[in-house]
Design a protein around this ligand. Structure first.
Ligand code: TYM
Length: 355
């Protein structure tokens, strides 16, 4: 019997405002998974210093993401909510994974290439090693399922590669120490220590695009605030941004195929579908043939109905700093105990002298 139980882990960086992409691509899925799984949700503050070292408001941003988790409906008593830097085992396992992973694997990461830009030699070593820390976040709990948006898919594939290489390189130590578990690798079952984590990337909003340019991802770093709906926006701001969203002059198509060359229309349909818990097909069945002058107000009403309560709750929770800090302290203690149990075995597997 495997002692690796189904466990969900995911993380969000405390940099900038959370937006509709984060909410639909990640947070809402975090909330839904609580019903069926044990879940660990982490504010990844160690990751946030890889691109920019100094943040005047790192602690405040960490509280704000935590408030967004709680306002969306994550239950910190039943599940675990904490900030990464409280549990040093993440960084410890990341160091070991830095020695498992190859530089070539890191160099191929599109997020690294995008963030490092032209001057790669001048990017921090942390930015290059970022996916190794991400693998450690997940595997220090031997988590089996990771809900994320489409942009994190490549990092999760790398997490599987790191787990597989660790299992392979230490196979005989894992065997001798008797700490292996049956791990499914394609058709084969092997004896390994780390599971091969499954990414959970499903539904109509795995890649929410900018409201100003349907070919660009909605992102915290876009200079135009009109490009995104922030979780802190009030009803008026949400409605205005949808009214001003870029579209084309055609009515909505009656078939899904008609969305193919229309990225802005496809994006708004996907957003509507995700907010209403429908598929894009169902939205097209309802609004096909209608002008944007009809669809946009319907979308604005739906977005305000679904998001305004989250943003109001986020403001309310943010005012109670002591409560937010207590959630993170308590979550950190529980996460730390689980992480230490894994690391005790990892230290033995690697062969460090302890005791
Ligand atoms: P981050 O903080 O950039 O984003 C948090 C989550 O939001 C998703 N997301 C989107 N989904 C749909 N459409 C969008 N436009 C959009 N933009 C962002 C992201 O995919 C993510 O799920 N590296 C991660 C944080 C991380 C992590 C982890 C995640 C660190 N360790 C371990 C999972 C497991 C990141 O920077 O996410």
């Amino acid at each position: 019997m495997s002692s690796i139980k189904p466990l969900v882990f995911s993380g969000v960086q405390p940099t900038g405002n959370l937006h509709l992409g984060n909410y639909l691509g990640a947070l809402r899925k975090f909330v839904a998974l609580q019903e069926s799984h044990e879940c660990i949700y982490c504010v990844v503050d160690l990751h946030s210093i890889t691109a920019q070292l100094v943040h005047e408001d790192l602690a405040e941003q960490t509280r704000s993401i935590t408030a967004a988790f709680l306002a969306s409906g994550i239950d910190p008593a039943k599940h675990i909510v904490f900030n990464q830097s409280r549990v040093p085992q993440h960084a410890e396992l990341a160091w070991i994974f830095n020695c498992v992973a190859r530089i070539g694997w890191m160099n191929r990461m599109t997020q690294f290439k995008d963030k490092a830009g032209k001057d790669r030699e001048n990017a921090s070593l942390g930015l290059l090693a970022y996916p190794s820390l991400m693998a450690a976040d997940i595997l220090v709990y031997r988590a089996t399922h990771v809900p994320v948006g489409e942009d994190q898919k490549q990092h999760l594939e790398l997490t599987r590669d790191i787990a597989a290489k660790f299992n392979h390189d230490f196979a005989s130590r894992i065997e001798t120490l008797g700490v292996g578990e049956p791990i499914q690798m394609g058709e084969e079952t092997v004896n390994g220590f780390f599971p091969l984590t499954e990414p959970l990337i499903e539904g109509p909003a795995t890649r929410v695009m900018s409201l100003r340019d349907g070919t660009k991802k909605m992102s915290k770093s876009d200079p135009s605030d009109l490009s995104r709906i922030n979780l802190t926006d009030d009803g008026d701001a949400i409605a205005k941004k949808i009214r001003k969203a870029k579209t084309d002059p055609e009515p909505l198509p009656s078939e899904m195929d008609g969305l193919k060359a229309r990225p802005e229309a496809a994006n708004l349909v996907g957003i509507y579908a995700a907010l209403a818990d429908l598929t894009s097909e169902q939205v097209i069945a309802e609004f096909g043939g209608q002008q944007f002058s009809v669809f946009k107000p319907a979308l604005a009403d739906l977005a305000v109905e679904k998001l305004a309560p989250v943003s109001a709750e986020m403001r309310r929770i943010s005012e109670d700093r002591a409560y937010v800090d207590q959630v993170l302290r308590d979550g950190g203690e529980r996460a730390g105990a689980l992480a230490e149990a894994t690391m005790k075995q990892v230290r033995e597997i690697v062969g460090f002298l302890a005791g």
